[in-house]
Ligand binder design. Structure first.
Ligand code: MG
Length: 201
């Protein structure tokens, strides 16, 4: 008996990859806030730059930030595999902080590829605001938090999902230390494998 081809959701071509920022692609240290004119802000900046890395100021707060070794290699690989357009940031931090880190580390995201706290707060309007075109597909999230501690992000991404479940890749936390797991070739391969396993489910 002949069977008609039915809609097969596994044929969806859309694949969205979201990458977390803090403790995933980078680590920042908070240095201080609301420096008074008499405070030795310059010295704080000079010391932090020497010990940690670039310093930036945001809303009268000072931070220093360190990129995880291999972060750019991971992004390059994901963009090669899934396309520039579909590799995006999803962070619980505020947009200005995410933009700043994107700029400092040269991650290469356009502002409309960065989804941050303000976007998640607009949940009621859905993710459609930024994801264009809004065609459901496979969704992956690379994050240092386990899924059970990341309900906000999972809920936010849910409308993008065509079927199955979010391909969730928990990565080792990066706290800015030398021996924190770098995104080397082996680790990047493992991440991609885990994304694909989730997509195939
Ligand atoms: Mg994180």
């Amino acid at each position: 008996m002949h069977e008609f081809a039915s809609y097969d959701p596994s044929m969806s071509l859309m694949k969205y990859i979201f990458v977390d920022m803090d403790e995933c692609l980078l680590h920042t240290n908070f240095l201080g806030a609301h420096f008074n004119p008499g405070a030795k802000k310059d010295r704080v900046i000079a010391n932090a730059t020497k010990v940690y890395g670039p310093v930036f100021e945001l809303d009268r707060e000072l931070y220093t930030t360190k990129m995880r070794p291999g972060a750019l290699d991971l992004l390059r690989r994901l963009r090669e595999l899934y396309g520039n357009e579909y590799v995006r940031v999803l962070t619980s931090s505020v947009t200005s902080y995410a933009n700043k880190n994107n700029e400092i580390h040269g991650f290469g995201f356009r502002p409309d590829q960065i989804f941050a706290r303000e976007d998640m707060n607009k949940m009621n309007f859905g993710i459609k605001e930024k994801v264009i075109p809004f065609i459901p597909g496979r969704v992956a999230l690379i994050d240092n938090l386990p899924p059970r501690d990341n309900h906000g992000k999972l809920e936010y991404l849910n409308p993008l999902l065509d079927r199955g479940f979010i391909s969730y890749v928990t990565v080792a936390e990066y706290w800015g230390y030398e021996d924190d797991y770098p995104f080397d070739e082996k680790y990047i391969n493992e991440i991609v494998e885990r994304i694909e396993d989730g997509f195939a489910a």
